[in-house]
Design a protein around this ligand. Sequence first.
Ligand SMILES: [Zn+2]
Length: 600
Amino acid sequence: MKKIVLLFFVPFFQLSSQTFLPPIIEWHGKSESLIANPNNPWITSAEKSNFETTPSYDETFDWCKKLCNSSPLLTLVAIGKSLEGRTIYMIIASEEKNITASALKNSNKPLFLAQAGIHSGEIDGKDAGMMLLRDIAFGAKKELVNKVNFLFIPILSVDAHERSSVFNRPNQRGPKNMGWRTNAQNLNLNRDYTKLDTKEIRAVIKVINDYNPWLYMDIHVTDGADYQYDITYDFGSEKSYSPMITKWFSDTFKPAIDTDLKINGHIPGFYLNTANEMDFSKGNISFKGSPRFSNEYGELRHLPSILIENHSLKPYKQRVLGTYILLESTLKILAKEGNLLKQRIETDKAARPYQVPMSWNSEENSTNVDSMQFLAIESKILKSSVTNADYVQWTGKPITTRIANYSHNIPADLIARPKGYWIPASCEDVIERLKLHGIETKTIPFEQEVEVEMYRITDYKFENESHKLQPFEGHIQVTAKTNLEVHKQVFAAGSVYISTDQPLGDLAMLLLEPSSKDSFFSWGFFYSIFQRTEYIEAYVMEPMAKKMLEDSPELKIEFERKKESDKTFANDQNAILTWFYSKTKYYDERYLLYPIGREM
Ligand SMILES: [Zn+2]
């Protein structure tokens, strides 16, 4: 056997990206007064390092366990386990005597769920949450949980948090040690909210179903362009799956948190995306993802959800302190306006729109575009001597401008709401995942014949979103054109019926309609319907085709036309015989038939 010795002659450059980041903007704010005194026994590891570093998984939870053991207000609970065997923890901050999931679900107090480290290099939320919980336990912030119950997940992507390096996020100003973006399977947890492949997201969905939070916050750090804002967020627009909830965010939540952040020296703003993927000269696009993302998933299931994207070019200290203010401010506004939010949730949950958009388009091509005041950082476009292309340089000079702002809220691919869906018992994996989402299902004990609409695939492609045949998030995605057919279909015992007359009815539609790009179909859970498994021999089909043509003048005309219009077909015996075969009763009726039925 040959021994292969790998020799690396190419030197790996150990240049620090920090040297190449755009100029730092000096920051001081009132929130700096939140930092614990050096002699405080409960000073956090990040505070002790002056926000140079963030604690490891073990350090984090050793500290959290001690903190929770020392305060009657705090309880550490396990909500799941990663593939590498790490426990995913959640801290409950509550004054209630009974803090079981069902007790907190049924409590009259608003319930706030915040999660940090879904992308574990973006860990601001963990260090902010640790400081805030310490102040709830021992400091002056006890009253924050008088009227609100608080659930906090310090690190969601626990395995990736330990794949830590100083070389992980080149566009980010600290901490020095950053975790990795994807989990141990190299899957992005913030693309997994519909397909539910990962243990981490399954754990969060279970928390959402068991505790039923009133507000869900997912804390990230964004790179991309430079601007003055340090804390940016996205709660969608009022044209959405949850319009009344979004209204609460814009009318009640936003003014309150913006005020608190500004008083403390922070610069809050909406989550930004350059229209030209370089600078803001062509404006901003209010990006709307699909329910594979946490906040879009929340909106679809009428769970008030907010995406936090702190700005990566701001120093770690500034970002953590801003996140502390944001968490604190959210607890305060929930104490004051939680009941109004609850009413809004109930309104959105009760709505049964008769048509549901499978996607949303941007206003980019519209003539009627909004503009917004923009706290920018000046930029220049330079010509590169390396690539010969243009690239952007940020000068560090704050300027105020006005830019175009394109909303992304035009409903598209509208689908009529069926009464319900029939899922055959053979789709065991899909049934399991529908149940994990918390969708109410009814399993039939005996076989049942039902008249349903079913989709026949007429054309299809296996491709990812950049139209390359390569896996995306561990799947080859599928897009298809379909025709609706009416079938009297027999569903075996163990098949499942899902009514769309339930709060998660819209979610069921986006998971089960093949045109939804986050449906199980699009994620490739139905590859096997694309294969034909029974054939007919030429010695049978040739004479049968001859007889069919003799018996049907219409078929003869259709055949001649087909040959005329499709020369490849006309010269392909196999294609011709398959064409005749498809017109016989012997043909596989289930070939290219999406097996889920729509009851209208
Ligand atoms: Zn992120």
